[in-house]
Design a protein around this ligand. Structure first.
Ligand code: XIL
Length: 364
């Protein structure tokens, strides 16, 4: 009896705590779910640890999260054979407390490599393969209960002429230490290791610069389709394509081109996810914040609607707020005019902007 009373009191407390949230408009996660879609965001565990307001916002808006840096090699295996899962566990803890799904990012990338890795890969193909296998199997053994979708490979398609920082190659694959060490079969190797380690894991190939109506993006789409068809022809396990969606408003966008591309991936039997959407504003900014935010929302809406028309159903932004974004902190992508990009659904004070409203509209 006593126990029961305490339980009821506890429930009443929980209800009272949640009442203000219930009175608010539904979160993006709920709106999206009603339409059979999934909305989520990248998170950074160190910010979640110290910012309850962001934790609450993320819990309300996101049905799925991905660690922005916690699943990368330099964090997970800072020294050869020494794994550190603490940051990724923090992502998982927050996600589970908010009843969110989790994506993993990323088991193979040429960036965020710990200093020991390139020399280890250069020890020869057998060693390189062993290093890759140890990493993937150890990470997947740790995360298999919590993470059911990993970006197995990230940014493996060569950057064509007509893009920023094109690669010096005519080939479809990006010249990286992985390609150099293992040859062009390395993507297949990584995917097969992942399938073997965790047979029901969704295996995703994640890539950037696939959306615009530019010469570079057009070539990149063709390269990706060629690589993916080649993998599937060889019966290589692959379940999904992640289209990052780091949008740049200076780039022309033609919805029909992007929709057709997303459709052609679906026709290959693959799921398509928008994994990292954010928006970089053009050099010439509109005169008011309202006009800038409206322009960001409009550009993103055209992109997202085209993705929906192509059959995509899962959308993650690369962070929820302008405050925490790499678009502010990373010199490679930050503005040089002292302004900060307003490319996220919430501003630096965690106030919703036109993009948040646009997402709600897309999901209603
Ligand atoms: C970025 C993070 O957001 C930054 O904080 C970090 O400094 C560099 O990496 N494509 C990806 C992501 O796949 O992992 C990148 O994330 C952004 C581009």
């Amino acid at each position: 009896m006593r126990l029961r009373r305490r339980t009821l009191a506890g429930l009443a407390g929980v209800a009272a705590f949640h009442r203000p949230a219930l009175a608010q408009a539904p979160g993006l996660r709920d709106l999206a779910r009603i339409r059979g879609m999934t909305f989520g965001t990248a998170v950074r565990s160190e910010i979640m640890e110290r910012d309850p307001a962001l934790v609450a916002l993320t819990a309300r808006e996101a049905a799925i999260v991905v660690g922005e840096w916690e699943g990368k090699w330099d964090v997970l295996q800072p020294e050869r054979g020494r794994f550190d899962f603490e940051p990724l566990r923090a992502v998982i803890r927050h996600a589970q407390a908010a009843n969110q799904r989790i994506r993993g990012h990323t088991l193979l990338w040429h960036v965020a490599m710990p200093p020991w890795l390139a020399p280890a890969l250069a020890e020869g193909p057998a060693q390189a393969r062993a290093v890759l296998e140890t990493h993937i199997t150890t990470v997947l053994a740790e995360t298999r209960a919590a993470i059911r979708d990993w970006d197995v490979v990230n940014e493996v398609i060569a950057v064509p002429p007509g893009s920023d920082n094109p690669d010096p190659t005519d080939g479809d694959l990006r010249p990286t230490p992985w390609l150099q060490a293992l040859g062009p079969g390395y993507i297949e190797t990584a995917l097969r290791i992942a399938r073997q380690a965790d047979p029901t894991l969704r295996l995703t190939l994640n890539e950037f610069d696939l959306y615009a109506d530019t010469r570079g993006a057009n070539t990149k789409r063709q390269r990706l389709l060629r690589v993916v068809r080649g993998l599937l022809d060889r019966n290589c396990p692959l379940d999904a394509i992640g289209i990052q969606g780091h949008l740049q408003m200076r780039d022309p966008f033609r919805p029909e081109i992007f929709t057709a591309f997303v459709r052609s991936l679906h026709e290959l039997g693959l799921a398509v996810l928008i994994t990292e959407m954010d928006v970089r504003e053009p050099d010439q900014l509109a005169p008011t914040l309202e006009a800038r935010d409206a322009a960001v929302a409009e550009y993103a809406t055209r992109f997202l609607q085209a993705a929906i028309d192509g059959g995509a159903r899962t959308f993650l932004t690369w962070g929820l707020t302008d405050r925490d974004s790499w678009l502010v902190t990373d010199p490679g992508v930050a503005r040089r005019d002292g302004q900060t990009h307003r490319g996220h659904p919430y501003d630096a004070e965690l106030r919703p902007k036109a993009l948040r409203a646009a997402l709600a509209r897309l999901f209603s």
